[in-house]
Design a protein around this ligand. Structure first.
Ligand SMILES: [Zn+2]
Ligand SMILES: [Zn+2]
Length: 386
């Protein structure tokens, strides 16, 4: 397969070049050590149920940094898959259909639901595909998006016409924030967002946009607190301080209705339960690096809290909500601080590792010219679930 079968109306309307080369550049995790290699590799062929996508924007996430640094998690998770093209927060255009596909026309800009599910297990058949028993992750269990082209099951492609490539790519992590926020109603609720990496910042913006009455935000890093204020937080607090006492004071002693824990920091997880009002709810999305001990009696049971573990996004309820928020004017673009060509991946990962970047977007096509880098205050990514 080197030529697409037909030119679709969308492809014709935007005059996208559907010619597909034989090889492409891809960022490959080739060896079990830190780093990655930009290699010339064959353009993959879409198999049954798959489409080929020409990538336009791929943002970096904490998972990618784990893989790049080859930390113990990455070693355990990816060791058996090398070499692997990683990266998953993507947007691009469908340029070829594999057998049995065609529902998404050629030329359509899509983002990826990065949870590759089997659609047949107990969870998938009962509306809980995001926790599929046989879950595979794009860019971890299958080749991903740090490349000029990638294949994706057509069922995982989310049409995203009308969004810029970088915002289309951002829908995937934004979906984490949307799911965590809307797992219960937040209208008129007081909310605290703990941890202001990109997902926390998007949660702040979503809460503000969706009618929370007060939005508190905490982080230990000053520039991330400044960013939280820009994204709409009413009251930004230093996470290293006594935020429980401050939030209780700010809420007349009652505590907040909702806590969105986005940091994974053990101290913040304890704060989350302590600052939630009796009968309130906590969404846990940040991933602690080791087991956390909690007194269930005092933290949750006697206080009647509802606690949600948040992983991924609901298929496709979260995506519809995310698209609706963007369509209605929610602006998450301030969190994108850097845009770099794929070849400058080392710089991109360094920015992320140093904690001086918000979202870093790689542009895989040679012809793409990065926009001037934002002067926005820097942030670091949090350890949220993909
Ligand atoms: Zn399943
Ligand atoms: Zn991710």
């Amino acid at each position: 397969m080197t030529e697409p079968r037909a030119t679709s109306p969308i492809a014709a309307a935007i005059s996208i070049d559907l010619r597909i080369p034989k090889t492409m550049r891809a960022l490959v995790k080739a060896r079990p050590e830190a780093g990655a290699e930009l290699r010339e590799v064959p353009v993959p062929h879409p198999g049954p149920g798959e489409v080929l996508i020409r990538l336009e924007a791929v943002s970096l996430c904490g998972t990618d940094l784990h893989i790049y640094h080859w930390d113990p998690w990455a070693q355990g998770r990816l060791g058996k898959y090398l070499p692997r093209i990683f990266g998953h927060e993507m947007a691009g255009r469908v340029v070829a259909h594999g057998p049995g596909t065609g529902a998404v026309p050629l030329g359509t800009r899509v983002a990826a639901e990065t949870h590759l599910v089997d659609w047949t297990c107990y969870q998938c058949r009962t509306g809980r595909e995001h926790v599929c028993a046989n879950l595979r992750i794009l860019g971890v269990d299958a080749d991903g998006a740090f490349a000029e082209y990638m294949i994706l099951p057509e069922r995982n492609a989310w049409p995203s016409e009308g969004l810029s490539p970088e915002i289309a790519a951002l829908q995937e992590p934004m979906g984490n924030a949307v799911f965590a926020t809307f797992v219960e109603d937040i209208t008129t609720a007081t909310v605290a967002v703990l941890g202001c990496g990109p997902i926390g910042l998007m949660a702040v913006a979503i809460c503000r946009f969706a009618g929370a009455s007060r939005v508190f935000a905490t982080d230990v890093m000053p520039h991330r607190r400044e960013m939280a204020a820009r994204m709409g937080s009413d009251c930004v607090l230093d996470g290293a301080g006594d935020v429980v006492a401050e939030i209780r004071r700010e809420t007349g002693g009652t505590g907040v209705d909702v806590v969105l824990e986005m940091s994974g920091a053990e101290s913040a997880i304890h704060q989350a339960f302590e600052m939630t009002t009796n009968g309130g709810r906590v969404s846990l999305l940040g991933l602690p690096s080791r087991p956390v001990t909690i007194d269930l009696n005092d933290a949750i049971i006697f206080r009647g809290l509802r606690v949600y573990g948040i992983t991924g996004r609901e298929l496709w309820r979260t995506w519809y909500k995310t698209a609706a928020l963007l369509r209605e004017g929610l602006d998450v673009s301030p969190i994108i601080t850097h845009r770099l060509p794929l070849a400058r991946y080392e710089e991109a990962f360094d920015l992320l590792a140093q904690g001086v970047a918000g979202k870093v977007v790689l542009l895989p096509q040679e012809s793409q010219i990065p926009e001037p880098e934002s002067t926005a205050q820097s942030m670091v990514n949090e350890g949220g679930a993909s």
